[in-house]
Design a protein around this ligand. Sequence first.
Ligand code: BGP
Length: 485
Amino acid sequence: MKKKLNEFPPNFLWGGATAATQCEGAWNVAGKGDSILDHCTNGDKNHPRLITNEIDTSRYFYPSHYGCKQYEYYEEDIKLFAEAGFKIYRLSINWSRIYPNGDDDLPNFEGLEYYRKVFEKCLSFGIEPVVTMTHYDMPWNLALKYGGWKNRKLIDLFVKYAKTIITEYKGLVKRWLTFNEINFGTVSYGEYVTSGIIPKKGCIIMDDSEATLDEVNDRFQALHHELVASAKVVKLAHSIDPSISVGCMVCGFAYYPISCKPEDIAQAQRDMEIWNYYCMDVMCKGKYPYWAERYWDDHHIKLTIVDEDFKDFKEGIVDFVSFSYYRTDCSQANQQKLTEKTNFGLKNPLLDATQWGWTIDPDGLRWLLNEFYNRYEKPLIIVENGIGAYDQKEEDEAIHDFERIEYLKKHIKAMKEAIRDGVDLIGYTCWSAIDIVSASTGEFKKRYGLIYVDADDYGHGSYKRYKKDSFFWYKKVIESNGEIL
Ligand code: BGP
């Protein structure tokens, strides 16, 4: 029978997502070491988070120390995810819970046990854990002692960490993602919490116009090492258990030209290339894109690459592509846009935006799904999509998050259109399953969850969980496999 292209496949993987450093809390218990985000203060949409060498809770608040306390409440949370009908739960392992200093000889047993319990709890409810190996949580010691990913030694340390968790959770975890949004390494924003290169300004956002050529070079060298490590881990995972599949995870950047001027159209093409395909080509095709050498020359980037790296790239091609999608931006020739401050690009004047200024563009999702599938023809999973909003709990404890339902509805409709186009979209985890800390601002009030958590930006509250209207709506979406929206 001809596949009905206007419906989600019967085994479509519906679910929700979180990240360890944004939800667990319990930052210094059970043998866990400091991660880089444990040293990041809270900020807001106008003030970047700071990275402090010493953790000084008398002067600063560190949101990852609390998250939404999922370390404590994971059983209750997973039960709620099961009630919503999740088929998968995308979450991350906190690297510093397994290797507290990143270069420890032996793993931390208590850390291994915690995640075993989480995965077993998921599976007991028929929910498959999809696990990100590192999601902005490099062990702090690796940043301090080694200078982060610009040090080639990190490759061996990451491969050792990956071997530990893949082996430990063999039979429990079938789908792994290597680095969260690895492609932030091509821009300055967000890269520091992945690369562990502490910027001189001491905050997680630094405009490249303020960066020295060496700092830009370090960032691309770090990214090269991350890409080598990712490729090595894909090959390693397949050797440990051939039934395992490993995906790349990128931030899905989508750029439209701000005008029909040829130079703006060319700029949008270049932005799509450097922000997405620079990394995706390595992970999905096993090589840097054809234009990479010119890019390195034009930006005075001189990478130290050994021939073995190219062999690793070829042997470490991923099984599927996963990405986050929130918004689209515009490109304009000669417009400097390198950090969150400049919104990654120019804001599209024709689109509505969220309260944090992120454009709302479901058509952009259908376009990007087709772009990525057209280029790589690999199964796709959207592992982050959602809206940060000031949700309010009413007297009767209801949370009427209509904006979120509208946003998710439009984007799921766009997914359905992409499937009709012929895109092999196999899963979707909304961001986020439950209210957690915003990575860019450290705010808790920037709520993304289907489940409300009674907490504020400073760790005050009961941390009780409440189902939002979107929880009940999404439950119906899953029950109807995307037919009832
Ligand atoms: C992505 C991160 C997520 C999450 C999301 C929402 O880049 O992978 O961890 O943070 O952005 O952004 P924010 O939390 O900054 O509002």
